[in-house]
Design a protein around this ligand. Structure first.
Ligand code: GTP
Length: 446
Protein backbone atom coordinates (compact mmCIF):
# COMPACT_ATOMS: atom_id res chain seq x y z
CA UNK A 1 0.00 0.00 0.00
CA UNK A 2 1.20 3.49 -0.81
CA UNK A 3 2.38 5.69 2.07
CA UNK A 4 2.59 2.70 4.37
CA UNK A 5 5.97 3.50 5.84
CA UNK A 6 5.31 7.25 6.12
CA UNK A 7 1.96 6.59 7.67
CA UNK A 8 3.43 4.18 10.21
CA UNK A 9 6.18 6.61 11.20
CA UNK A 10 3.87 9.58 11.59
CA UNK A 11 1.52 7.55 13.73
CA UNK A 12 4.46 6.59 15.96
CA UNK A 13 5.41 10.24 16.41
CA UNK A 14 1.85 11.16 17.36
CA UNK A 15 1.54 8.24 19.72
CA UNK A 16 4.54 9.52 21.62
CA UNK A 17 3.06 13.03 21.73
CA UNK A 18 -0.30 11.76 22.95
CA UNK A 19 1.38 9.95 25.80
CA UNK A 20 2.77 13.21 27.12
CA UNK A 21 -0.23 15.26 28.16
CA UNK A 22 1.08 18.84 28.24
CA UNK A 23 3.69 19.58 25.60
CA UNK A 24 6.84 21.64 25.92
CA UNK A 25 8.49 23.53 23.10
CA UNK A 26 11.15 20.84 23.06
CA UNK A 27 8.53 18.07 22.68
CA UNK A 28 7.13 19.76 19.60
CA UNK A 29 10.53 20.45 18.11
CA UNK A 30 11.59 16.83 18.67
CA UNK A 31 8.39 15.57 17.10
CA UNK A 32 8.85 17.86 14.10
CA UNK A 33 12.38 16.58 13.63
CA UNK A 34 10.98 13.06 13.39
CA UNK A 35 8.22 14.15 11.02
CA UNK A 36 10.90 15.78 8.86
CA UNK A 37 12.94 12.57 8.66
CA UNK A 38 9.81 10.55 7.86
CA UNK A 39 8.89 12.90 5.01
CA UNK A 40 12.41 12.92 3.58
CA UNK A 41 12.48 9.13 3.72
CA UNK A 42 9.17 9.10 1.86
CA UNK A 43 11.03 10.93 -0.91
CA UNK A 44 9.27 14.25 -0.46
CA UNK A 45 11.12 17.15 -2.06
CA UNK A 46 13.62 18.73 0.38
CA UNK A 47 12.37 22.29 -0.02
CA UNK A 48 8.77 21.15 0.38
CA UNK A 49 9.65 19.36 3.62
CA UNK A 50 11.44 22.42 4.98
CA UNK A 51 8.53 24.75 4.30
CA UNK A 52 6.07 22.22 5.65
CA UNK A 53 7.94 21.72 8.92
CA UNK A 54 8.34 25.47 9.38
CA UNK A 55 4.64 26.05 8.85
CA UNK A 56 3.57 23.26 11.23
CA UNK A 57 6.10 24.22 13.91
CA UNK A 58 5.06 27.84 13.89
CA UNK A 59 1.40 26.97 14.31
CA UNK A 60 2.06 24.21 16.84
CA UNK A 61 4.07 26.53 19.07
CA UNK A 62 1.21 29.02 19.12
CA UNK A 63 -0.48 29.70 22.42
CA UNK A 64 -3.78 27.99 21.62
CA UNK A 65 -2.01 24.67 21.12
CA UNK A 66 0.39 24.85 24.03
CA UNK A 67 -2.32 25.86 26.45
CA UNK A 68 -5.07 23.62 25.16
CA UNK A 69 -6.28 20.56 27.07
CA UNK A 70 -5.40 18.24 24.20
CA UNK A 71 -2.19 19.63 22.70
CA UNK A 72 -1.24 16.41 20.88
CA UNK A 73 -4.62 16.34 19.12
CA UNK A 74 -4.11 19.96 18.13
CA UNK A 75 -0.71 19.19 16.63
CA UNK A 76 -2.18 16.28 14.65
CA UNK A 77 -4.94 18.57 13.44
CA UNK A 78 -2.37 21.10 12.24
CA UNK A 79 -0.35 18.40 10.45
CA UNK A 80 -3.55 17.17 8.82
CA UNK A 81 -4.46 20.67 7.63
CA UNK A 82 -0.96 21.41 6.35
CA UNK A 83 -0.72 18.07 4.53
CA UNK A 84 -4.07 18.81 2.91
CA UNK A 85 -2.96 22.25 1.84
CA UNK A 86 0.35 20.86 0.57
CA UNK A 87 -1.56 18.62 -1.80
CA UNK A 88 -3.76 21.43 -3.06
CA UNK A 89 -6.45 21.86 -0.36
CA UNK A 90 -9.47 21.02 -2.45
CA UNK A 91 -10.18 18.59 -5.22
CA UNK A 92 -9.54 19.94 -8.74
CA UNK A 93 -12.20 18.99 -11.23
CA UNK A 94 -11.63 18.36 -14.88
CA UNK A 95 -12.23 21.56 -16.81
CA UNK A 96 -13.92 20.77 -20.10
CA UNK A 97 -14.49 24.39 -21.12
CA UNK A 98 -17.34 25.51 -23.39
CA UNK A 99 -16.34 24.42 -26.85
CA UNK A 100 -17.40 21.16 -28.45
CA UNK A 101 -15.54 18.93 -28.59
CA UNK A 102 -13.63 19.58 -25.39
CA UNK A 103 -10.00 18.59 -25.87
CA UNK A 104 -7.86 16.75 -23.35
CA UNK A 105 -4.24 16.27 -24.30
CA UNK A 106 -2.45 13.51 -22.43
CA UNK A 107 1.32 13.78 -22.10
CA UNK A 108 4.03 11.93 -20.23
CA UNK A 109 7.10 9.72 -20.43
CA UNK A 110 7.02 6.19 -21.81
CA UNK A 111 5.64 3.64 -19.41
CA UNK A 112 4.09 6.20 -17.07
CA UNK A 113 0.68 4.67 -17.75
CA UNK A 114 -0.45 7.28 -20.27
CA UNK A 115 -2.32 5.00 -22.66
CA UNK A 116 -4.02 3.22 -19.76
CA UNK A 117 -4.93 6.60 -18.24
CA UNK A 118 -6.52 7.66 -21.58
CA UNK A 119 -8.80 4.61 -21.36
CA UNK A 120 -9.58 5.19 -17.69
CA UNK A 121 -10.53 8.79 -18.33
CA UNK A 122 -12.65 7.88 -21.36
CA UNK A 123 -14.42 5.27 -19.24
CA UNK A 124 -15.06 7.78 -16.48
CA UNK A 125 -16.39 10.42 -18.88
CA UNK A 126 -18.63 7.87 -20.55
CA UNK A 127 -20.12 6.97 -17.19
CA UNK A 128 -20.82 10.67 -16.70
CA UNK A 129 -22.87 10.70 -19.89
CA UNK A 130 -20.24 12.12 -22.23
CA UNK A 131 -19.47 10.84 -25.68
CA UNK A 132 -15.66 10.68 -25.75
CA UNK A 133 -13.26 9.70 -28.51
CA UNK A 134 -9.63 8.59 -28.18
CA UNK A 135 -7.01 9.82 -30.62
CA UNK A 136 -3.85 7.85 -31.43
CA UNK A 137 -1.06 10.41 -31.82
CA UNK A 138 1.76 8.18 -30.60
CA UNK A 139 3.28 7.16 -33.93
CA UNK A 140 6.67 6.41 -32.44
CA UNK A 141 6.30 3.44 -30.11
CA UNK A 142 5.54 0.29 -32.05
CA UNK A 143 2.14 -1.11 -31.07
CA UNK A 144 1.06 2.10 -29.32
CA UNK A 145 -1.84 2.52 -31.73
CA UNK A 146 -2.92 -1.08 -31.29
CA UNK A 147 -2.75 -0.71 -27.50
CA UNK A 148 -5.00 2.33 -27.63
CA UNK A 149 -7.44 0.46 -29.87
CA UNK A 150 -7.58 -2.40 -27.37
CA UNK A 151 -8.11 0.03 -24.50
CA UNK A 152 -10.81 1.82 -26.53
CA UNK A 153 -12.68 -1.36 -27.34
CA UNK A 154 -12.53 -2.43 -23.68
CA UNK A 155 -14.36 0.70 -22.63
CA UNK A 156 -16.43 0.88 -25.77
CA UNK A 157 -15.05 4.21 -26.93
CA UNK A 158 -14.06 4.85 -30.58
CA UNK A 159 -10.40 5.39 -31.44
CA UNK A 160 -9.38 7.84 -34.17
CA UNK A 161 -6.22 6.80 -35.99
CA UNK A 162 -4.44 7.64 -39.26
CA UNK A 163 -1.77 4.98 -38.85
CA UNK A 164 1.85 5.70 -37.98
CA UNK A 165 2.92 7.39 -41.20
CA UNK A 166 1.09 10.68 -40.66
CA UNK A 167 2.47 13.55 -38.63
CA UNK A 168 0.89 13.59 -35.10
CA UNK A 169 0.06 17.27 -35.45
CA UNK A 170 -2.01 16.54 -38.56
CA UNK A 171 -3.67 13.57 -36.86
CA UNK A 172 -4.63 15.73 -33.88
CA UNK A 173 -6.05 18.42 -36.15
CA UNK A 174 -8.04 15.94 -38.25
CA UNK A 175 -9.41 14.26 -35.12
CA UNK A 176 -11.11 17.47 -34.00
CA UNK A 177 -12.89 17.84 -37.35
CA UNK A 178 -13.90 14.18 -37.19
CA UNK A 179 -15.25 14.57 -33.64
CA UNK A 180 -17.28 17.63 -34.68
CA UNK A 181 -18.92 15.81 -37.54
CA UNK A 182 -19.62 12.69 -35.50
CA UNK A 183 -21.14 14.21 -32.35
CA UNK A 184 -18.23 13.39 -30.09
CA UNK A 185 -18.10 15.89 -27.23
CA UNK A 186 -14.70 15.08 -25.70
CA UNK A 187 -11.49 14.24 -27.52
CA UNK A 188 -8.69 12.57 -25.55
CA UNK A 189 -5.36 12.72 -27.36
CA UNK A 190 -2.78 10.05 -26.53
CA UNK A 191 0.59 11.57 -27.43
CA UNK A 192 3.97 9.89 -27.75
CA UNK A 193 6.24 9.42 -24.77
CA UNK A 194 10.01 9.08 -24.55
CA UNK A 195 12.29 7.42 -22.07
CA UNK A 196 13.64 10.85 -21.18
CA UNK A 197 12.51 14.36 -21.87
CA UNK A 198 13.96 15.58 -25.16
CA UNK A 199 13.54 18.64 -27.33
CA UNK A 200 12.03 16.77 -30.24
CA UNK A 201 9.23 15.41 -28.03
CA UNK A 202 8.56 18.80 -26.51
CA UNK A 203 8.46 20.47 -29.93
CA UNK A 204 5.93 17.91 -31.13
CA UNK A 205 3.75 18.40 -28.04
CA UNK A 206 3.93 22.20 -28.33
CA UNK A 207 2.85 21.96 -31.96
CA UNK A 208 -0.07 19.67 -31.13
CA UNK A 209 -1.07 22.07 -28.37
CA UNK A 210 -1.07 24.97 -30.87
CA UNK A 211 -3.42 23.27 -33.32
CA UNK A 212 -5.89 21.71 -30.88
CA UNK A 213 -6.01 24.43 -28.22
CA UNK A 214 -6.67 21.92 -25.40
CA UNK A 215 -8.93 22.56 -22.42
CA UNK A 216 -6.76 20.28 -20.34
CA UNK A 217 -3.14 19.17 -20.70
CA UNK A 218 -2.83 16.33 -18.25
CA UNK A 219 0.59 15.01 -17.43
CA UNK A 220 0.67 11.35 -16.51
CA UNK A 221 3.42 10.48 -14.02
CA UNK A 222 4.34 7.26 -12.29
CA UNK A 223 4.18 7.63 -8.49
CA UNK A 224 6.71 4.85 -8.10
CA UNK A 225 9.44 7.08 -9.55
CA UNK A 226 9.29 9.47 -6.56
CA UNK A 227 11.43 12.58 -6.98
CA UNK A 228 11.88 11.85 -10.69
CA UNK A 229 8.15 12.20 -11.13
CA UNK A 230 8.37 15.66 -9.60
CA UNK A 231 11.27 16.65 -11.87
CA UNK A 232 9.39 15.36 -14.91
CA UNK A 233 6.35 17.37 -13.84
CA UNK A 234 8.46 20.52 -13.52
CA UNK A 235 10.01 20.09 -16.97
CA UNK A 236 6.72 19.39 -18.74
CA UNK A 237 5.09 22.27 -16.94
CA UNK A 238 7.83 24.73 -17.94
CA UNK A 239 7.49 23.85 -21.61
CA UNK A 240 3.79 23.10 -21.94
CA UNK A 241 2.08 24.86 -19.06
CA UNK A 242 0.15 21.73 -18.09
CA UNK A 243 -3.24 22.02 -16.37
CA UNK A 244 -2.97 19.06 -14.05
CA UNK A 245 -1.45 15.71 -13.24
CA UNK A 246 -2.66 12.12 -13.21
CA UNK A 247 -0.55 10.23 -10.71
CA UNK A 248 -0.51 6.54 -11.60
CA UNK A 249 0.47 3.38 -9.73
CA UNK A 250 -0.50 4.67 -6.30
CA UNK A 251 -1.61 1.11 -5.60
CA UNK A 252 2.02 0.03 -5.56
CA UNK A 253 4.52 0.27 -2.77
CA UNK A 254 5.28 3.90 -3.47
CA UNK A 255 6.65 5.94 -0.61
CA UNK A 256 4.37 8.79 -1.57
CA UNK A 257 6.86 11.60 -2.17
CA UNK A 258 5.45 12.47 -5.58
CA UNK A 259 1.89 12.85 -4.30
CA UNK A 260 3.09 15.18 -1.57
CA UNK A 261 5.47 17.29 -3.66
CA UNK A 262 3.94 17.80 -7.11
CA UNK A 263 1.47 20.55 -6.27
CA UNK A 264 3.95 22.48 -4.12
CA UNK A 265 6.71 22.29 -6.74
CA UNK A 266 4.72 22.86 -9.94
CA UNK A 267 1.68 24.72 -8.60
CA UNK A 268 -0.40 22.36 -10.74
CA UNK A 269 -2.92 20.06 -9.05
CA UNK A 270 -3.09 16.29 -9.12
CA UNK A 271 -6.52 15.68 -10.63
CA UNK A 272 -6.71 11.91 -10.64
CA UNK A 273 -4.85 8.94 -9.24
CA UNK A 274 -4.41 5.53 -10.83
CA UNK A 275 -4.93 2.72 -8.37
CA UNK A 276 -4.46 -0.39 -10.50
CA UNK A 277 -4.16 -1.79 -13.99
CA UNK A 278 -7.88 -2.16 -14.64
CA UNK A 279 -9.64 0.55 -16.62
CA UNK A 280 -11.92 1.25 -13.66
CA UNK A 281 -8.95 1.85 -11.35
CA UNK A 282 -9.03 5.64 -11.31
CA UNK A 283 -10.12 8.00 -8.53
CA UNK A 284 -10.40 11.77 -8.29
CA UNK A 285 -7.65 13.09 -6.04
CA UNK A 286 -8.96 14.58 -2.80
CA UNK A 287 -6.14 16.22 -0.81
CA UNK A 288 -8.09 16.10 2.46
CA UNK A 289 -8.96 12.43 2.12
CA UNK A 290 -5.40 11.57 1.16
CA UNK A 291 -4.08 13.42 4.22
CA UNK A 292 -6.49 11.42 6.38
CA UNK A 293 -5.29 8.20 4.82
CA UNK A 294 -1.66 9.12 5.40
CA UNK A 295 -2.34 9.94 9.05
CA UNK A 296 -4.08 6.59 9.56
CA UNK A 297 -7.48 8.22 10.05
CA UNK A 298 -8.89 6.28 7.13
CA UNK A 299 -10.87 7.54 4.18
CA UNK A 300 -14.44 6.71 4.94
CA UNK A 301 -15.84 8.96 2.24
CA UNK A 302 -14.03 7.25 -0.65
CA UNK A 303 -15.02 3.89 0.79
CA UNK A 304 -18.66 4.90 0.84
CA UNK A 305 -18.46 6.23 -2.72
CA UNK A 306 -16.88 3.01 -3.95
CA UNK A 307 -19.60 1.02 -2.24
CA UNK A 308 -22.26 3.23 -3.79
CA UNK A 309 -20.74 2.83 -7.24
CA UNK A 310 -20.44 -0.94 -6.95
CA UNK A 311 -23.58 -1.83 -5.08
CA UNK A 312 -27.02 -1.20 -6.36
CA UNK A 313 -28.71 0.73 -3.56
CA UNK A 314 -32.07 -0.96 -4.09
CA UNK A 315 -30.42 -4.36 -3.88
CA UNK A 316 -28.52 -3.37 -0.73
CA UNK A 317 -31.81 -2.40 0.90
CA UNK A 318 -33.37 -5.69 -0.18
CA UNK A 319 -30.45 -7.56 1.36
CA UNK A 320 -30.80 -5.64 4.59
CA UNK A 321 -34.47 -6.61 4.70
CA UNK A 322 -33.65 -10.24 4.02
CA UNK A 323 -31.19 -10.26 6.86
CA UNK A 324 -33.73 -8.87 9.26
CA UNK A 325 -36.25 -11.50 8.22
CA UNK A 326 -33.57 -14.22 8.29
CA UNK A 327 -33.93 -14.89 4.57
CA UNK A 328 -30.35 -14.09 3.62
CA UNK A 329 -29.41 -17.01 1.36
CA UNK A 330 -26.32 -18.34 -0.36
CA UNK A 331 -27.50 -16.67 -3.58
CA UNK A 332 -27.42 -13.33 -1.79
CA UNK A 333 -24.02 -14.19 -0.37
CA UNK A 334 -22.64 -14.81 -3.85
CA UNK A 335 -24.09 -11.57 -5.14
CA UNK A 336 -22.52 -9.73 -2.23
CA UNK A 337 -19.09 -11.20 -2.89
CA UNK A 338 -19.34 -10.14 -6.51
CA UNK A 339 -20.19 -6.57 -5.52
CA UNK A 340 -17.25 -6.49 -3.15
CA UNK A 341 -14.97 -7.67 -5.90
CA UNK A 342 -16.24 -4.81 -8.12
CA UNK A 343 -15.08 -2.32 -5.51
CA UNK A 344 -11.41 -3.22 -6.01
CA UNK A 345 -8.72 -5.08 -4.11
CA UNK A 346 -9.73 -5.76 -0.55
CA UNK A 347 -6.48 -4.57 1.01
CA UNK A 348 -6.92 -1.16 -0.65
CA UNK A 349 -10.48 -0.94 0.61
CA UNK A 350 -9.65 -1.95 4.15
CA UNK A 351 -6.80 0.56 4.14
CA UNK A 352 -9.49 3.24 3.96
CA UNK A 353 -11.03 2.13 7.23
CA UNK A 354 -9.79 4.19 10.18
CA UNK A 355 -7.32 2.36 12.39
CA UNK A 356 -6.68 -0.53 10.01
CA UNK A 357 -3.04 -1.49 9.66
CA UNK A 358 -1.28 -3.62 7.09
CA UNK A 359 -0.72 -6.36 9.68
CA UNK A 360 -4.41 -6.71 10.30
CA UNK A 361 -4.93 -7.29 6.59
CA UNK A 362 -2.47 -10.13 6.13
CA UNK A 363 -4.05 -13.09 4.40
CA UNK A 364 -7.23 -11.23 3.52
CA UNK A 365 -7.97 -11.25 -0.18
CA UNK A 366 -10.61 -12.51 -2.48
CA UNK A 367 -8.96 -13.43 -5.72
CA UNK A 368 -10.75 -13.99 -8.99
CA UNK A 369 -9.97 -17.68 -8.52
CA UNK A 370 -11.57 -17.83 -5.07
CA UNK A 371 -14.65 -16.13 -6.41
CA UNK A 372 -14.93 -18.61 -9.29
CA UNK A 373 -14.67 -21.48 -6.81
CA UNK A 374 -17.36 -20.03 -4.58
CA UNK A 375 -19.53 -19.50 -7.63
CA UNK A 376 -19.02 -23.09 -8.76
CA UNK A 377 -19.86 -24.48 -5.32
CA UNK A 378 -23.01 -22.41 -4.92
CA UNK A 379 -24.13 -23.21 -8.46
CA UNK A 380 -23.75 -26.92 -7.76
CA UNK A 381 -26.32 -26.70 -4.98
CA UNK A 382 -30.01 -27.25 -5.46
CA UNK A 383 -32.33 -24.28 -5.10
CA UNK A 384 -33.52 -25.65 -1.79
CA UNK A 385 -29.96 -25.98 -0.48
CA UNK A 386 -29.17 -22.41 -1.44
CA UNK A 387 -32.26 -21.16 0.38
CA UNK A 388 -31.69 -23.28 3.43
CA UNK A 389 -28.05 -24.37 3.84
CA UNK A 390 -28.77 -26.14 7.12
CA UNK A 391 -30.05 -29.16 5.15
CA UNK A 392 -26.62 -29.68 3.56
CA UNK A 393 -25.52 -32.91 5.22
CA UNK A 394 -22.50 -35.12 4.52
CA UNK A 395 -23.79 -36.80 1.38
CA UNK A 396 -25.05 -33.53 -0.07
CA UNK A 397 -21.62 -31.99 0.57
CA UNK A 398 -20.00 -34.85 -1.29
CA UNK A 399 -22.30 -34.31 -4.26
CA UNK A 400 -21.71 -30.54 -4.29
CA UNK A 401 -17.92 -30.97 -4.10
CA UNK A 402 -18.00 -33.42 -6.99
CA UNK A 403 -20.28 -31.19 -9.06
CA UNK A 404 -18.10 -28.13 -8.59
CA UNK A 405 -14.73 -29.82 -8.92
CA UNK A 406 -13.82 -28.87 -5.33
CA UNK A 407 -13.26 -30.75 -2.06
CA UNK A 408 -15.58 -31.32 0.89
CA UNK A 409 -13.27 -29.11 2.99
CA UNK A 410 -13.75 -26.29 0.50
CA UNK A 411 -17.53 -26.71 0.67
CA UNK A 412 -17.33 -26.71 4.47
CA UNK A 413 -15.17 -23.62 4.48
CA UNK A 414 -17.64 -21.80 2.21
CA UNK A 415 -20.57 -22.70 4.46
CA UNK A 416 -18.61 -21.44 7.45
CA UNK A 417 -17.80 -18.19 5.66
CA UNK A 418 -21.47 -17.78 4.84
CA UNK A 419 -22.48 -18.16 8.49
CA UNK A 420 -19.76 -15.71 9.55
CA UNK A 421 -20.84 -13.17 6.96
CA UNK A 422 -24.38 -13.43 8.24
CA UNK A 423 -23.15 -12.75 11.77
CA UNK A 424 -20.95 -9.89 10.61
CA UNK A 425 -23.78 -8.29 8.66
CA UNK A 426 -25.96 -8.50 11.71
CA UNK A 427 -23.23 -6.74 13.71
CA UNK A 428 -22.91 -4.05 11.05
CA UNK A 429 -26.65 -3.55 11.11
CA UNK A 430 -26.52 -3.08 14.91
CA UNK A 431 -23.47 -0.82 14.56
CA UNK A 432 -25.33 1.28 12.03
CA UNK A 433 -28.33 1.54 14.37
CA UNK A 434 -26.04 2.66 17.21
CA UNK A 435 -24.39 5.30 15.03
CA UNK A 436 -27.79 6.58 14.01
CA UNK A 437 -28.90 6.71 17.64
CA UNK A 438 -25.69 8.64 18.41
CA UNK A 439 -24.44 5.90 20.74
CA UNK A 440 -21.31 5.29 18.69
CA UNK A 441 -18.95 7.58 16.87
CA UNK A 442 -16.54 6.58 14.15
CA UNK A 443 -12.88 7.27 15.07
CA UNK A 444 -12.66 9.47 11.97
CA UNK A 445 -15.02 12.03 13.47
CA UNK A 446 -13.62 12.03 16.99
N1 GTP B 1 -0.37 -1.01 -10.87
C1 GTP B 1 -0.67 -0.10 -11.77
N2 GTP B 1 -0.23 -0.25 -13.03
C2 GTP B 1 -0.57 0.68 -13.94
C3 GTP B 1 -1.35 1.82 -13.60
N3 GTP B 1 -1.49 2.56 -14.73
C4 GTP B 1 -0.83 1.90 -15.71
N4 GTP B 1 -0.28 0.77 -15.26
C5 GTP B 1 0.57 -0.20 -15.98
O1 GTP B 1 1.75 0.43 -16.39
C6 GTP B 1 2.22 -0.09 -17.62
C7 GTP B 1 2.49 1.02 -18.61
O2 GTP B 1 1.26 1.62 -18.96
P1 GTP B 1 0.96 2.21 -20.42
O3 GTP B 1 -0.37 2.82 -20.37
O4 GTP B 1 1.26 1.22 -21.45
O5 GTP B 1 2.10 3.32 -20.47
P2 GTP B 1 2.30 4.53 -21.49
O6 GTP B 1 2.71 5.68 -20.65
O7 GTP B 1 1.15 4.66 -22.39
O8 GTP B 1 3.53 4.10 -22.33
P3 GTP B 1 3.93 4.75 -23.74
O9 GTP B 1 2.76 4.54 -24.65
O10 GTP B 1 5.10 3.94 -24.11
O11 GTP B 1 4.24 6.16 -23.56
C8 GTP B 1 1.16 -1.08 -18.06
O12 GTP B 1 1.56 -2.37 -17.72
C9 GTP B 1 -0.07 -0.67 -17.25
O13 GTP B 1 -0.93 -1.75 -17.02
C10 GTP B 1 -1.78 1.97 -12.24
O14 GTP B 1 -2.45 2.93 -11.83
N5 GTP B 1 -1.42 0.96 -11.38
Amino acid sequence: MAFESLSGKLQEVFKKLRGKGKLSEKDIKDAMREVKVALLEADVNFKVVKDFINAVTEKALGQEVMESLTPAQQVIKIVNEELTSLMGSTQSWLNLGNKIPAVIMMVGLQGSGKTTACGKLANLLKKQGKNPMLVACDVIRPAAIKQLQVVGSNVNVPVFTMGDKTNPVDIAKASIDYAKSHNMDVVIIDTAGRLHIDDELMEELINIKKVVNPDEILLVVDAMTGQDAVNVASSFNERLDITGVILTKLDGDTRGGAALSIKAVTQKPIKYIGTGEKLSDIEPFYPDRMASRILGMGDVLTLIEKAQAAIDEKKALEMGQKLLTKQFTLDDFLEQLQSLKNMGPLDQLLGMIPGMSKNMLKGIDISEKDLKRVEAIIQSMTKEERQNPSIINGSRKKRIAKGSGTTIQQVNSLLKQFEETKKMMKKFADFDKDIKKGKLKLPFFR
